[in-house]
Design a protein around this ligand. Structure first.
Ligand SMILES: [Zn+2]
Ligand SMILES: [Zn+2]
Ligand SMILES: [Zn+2]
Ligand SMILES: [Zn+2]
Ligand SMILES: [Zn+2]
Length: 335
């Protein structure tokens, strides 16, 4: 927003009409100015009196008073800073109305005054705030802290609920026996081998066991048989101390990985893999009415997570989840 003080109307001249051949007229009311009477000149226009002069002035867009010295912002006039400030945005955190600040993420993102924008970023909601520091070094705001998932029991309850909804409402499920673990930032980093801030991880391990069966007849060994047994283990790791709603979002994301690996295991493109997990999680968020979490996905600038989500939700716009699954099927047979 550009604001310039409007000082143009501040100065005017008061003159006295001289006896002359030519008559002068008020530019506002059109009346002739009598000889010897005083009149006003402002911006090369003539006014018979103060009332006419004030009538000619622009009106304050907020209170309607004539603007003598005030402000012009986006083509509108304001009589005072008080009136102008009513048009300013309120900081999402401290509520102060300020004319300068930061929109987070995008032009339509949440607005913060410059003081609040400087505060540490909460690892739960991704927004600046006064934060506590968790033992693993992450910042967390008091709002996120109040619903933080810190016990295995609490986390398992949420994951089970999410899994049930994905199965019953979205038809996204496997019969895998999945173990759940809560880990801190350092453990998760080690497990995922990624330097980026990960919030969860789906791990599928395959074990190959060789079993030797000795065949005997009447107590005498007559041969050996090799039996290869494949066994799977599935684990979902999720970061501890996430706010409950974010935790549910991450749980849905990781469960979607399990589903994708089970049904379309040939897809190797990270953008599609993460895009699917984000898209499936967004369906769960919508089910719970937590669209704000999907807004974060929509504006996520990450080249894999953000782009992947945008690609798949664009496909979904045209034909819903069915179209997305068709797309995955196609990708799976290509690769
Ligand atoms: Zn007049
Ligand atoms: Zn005003
Ligand atoms: Zn603020
Ligand atoms: Zn937070
Ligand atoms: Zn993922």
């Amino acid at each position: 927003m550009k604001i310039r003080p409007a000082l143009l109307h501040l100065f005017f001249l008061i003159l006295s009409a001289q006896a002359s051949a030519e008559s002068i007229y008020c530019d506002q009311c059109g009346n002739r100015i009598k000889e010897g009477a005083s009149y006003i000149i402002s911006e090369s226009k003539i006014y018979c009196d103060h009332e006419c002069y004030e009538k000619s002035l622009p009106k304050c867009a907020v209170c309607g008073d004539p603007v003598k010295a005030g402000y012009v912002s986006e083509g509108k006039n304001y009589c005072s800073e008080k009136c102008l400030s009513t048009t300013w945005e309120s900081c999402s955190l401290c509520g102060k109305k300020v004319n300068k600040g930061v929109h987070l993420g995008s032009k339509n993102g949440m607005f913060y005054c410059s003081d609040c924008a400087e505060k540490p970023i909460c690892s739960g909601c991704g927004l600046p705030n006064d934060c506590f520091v968790l033992p693993d070094g992450r910042n967390i705001c008091s709002k996120c802290q109040s619903s933080a998932v810190t016990s295995l029991r609490g986390s398992t309850e949420i994951i089970r609920e999410v899994r049930k909804i994905m199965k019953e409402e979205l038809d996204i499920f496997t019969d895998h026996e999945i173990k759940y673990r809560l880990v801190d930032k350092n453990e998760l980093k080690k497990l995922s081998g990624q330097s980026e801030m990960e919030l969860g991880l789906f791990q599928h391990e395959e074990w190959k066991n060789t079993e030797i069966i000795t065949k005997k007849k009447l107590g005498i060994k007559i041969g050996e048989e090799k039996n290869i047994i494949m066994s799977d283990s599935f684990t979902i790791f999720i970061l501890t101390s996430l706010p409950a709603e974010k935790f549910s979002d991450i749980a849905a994301h990781e469960l979607a990985h399990d589903w994708l690996e089970r049904y379309y295991p040939n897809i190797r493109d990270k953008v599609i893999i993460e895009g699917w997990a984000e898209y499936a999680a967004s369906l769960v968020n919508s089910f719970f009415g937590r669209e704000y979490l999907n807004e974060q996905k929509k504006y996520n600038e990450h080249p894999v997570y953000g782009n992947g989500y945008r690609i798949l939700s664009k496909i979904a716009e045209k034909g819903g989840k069915g179209k997305v699954i068709e797309f995955l099927k196609e990708k799976n047979s290509e690769e």
